[in-house]
Design a protein. Structure first.
Length: 107
């Protein structure tokens, strides 16, 4: 497996992880079996899992019918959404309290 620039680049940051004795023993055994230091093994394993996680969020596959529907949705004219427009023009929760309209219960 070729090392990526992230793994082989200069390491200037520190990451501390607390693990159980069992977990540490297992990681050390895996690192030894793959002829890597514990640090390299854990870093490479964590980065590989991070890449898998991020790829799942960047790409998705569609069949021809779904792709056509997706393109149609992207190319469709913008629909007016008056409730959304009104919401976006309201002061937010963290805006100044004086700018927010107060709601009082009728008695």
């Amino acid at each position: 497996m070729a090392s990526s620039p992230v793994v082989t680049g200069r390491r200037t940051e520190k990451l501390d992880v607390r693990v159980s004795r069992t977990a540490k023993t297992k990681l050390q055994a895996a690192a030894t079996a793959s002829h890597r230091s514990m640090s390299d093994f854990v870093l490479e394993s964590a980065l590989a899992r991070a890449e898998e996680t991020l790829v799942e969020r960047r790409t998705f596959g569609l069949d021809a019918e779904a792709w056509t529907a997706f393109q149609a949705a992207l190319n469709a004219p913008v629909r007016p959404l008056p409730r959304l427009r009104a919401l976006l023009h309201e002061p937010g929760f963290f805006d100044a309290a004086s700018a927010r309209p107060t709601k009082r219960k009728a008695r």
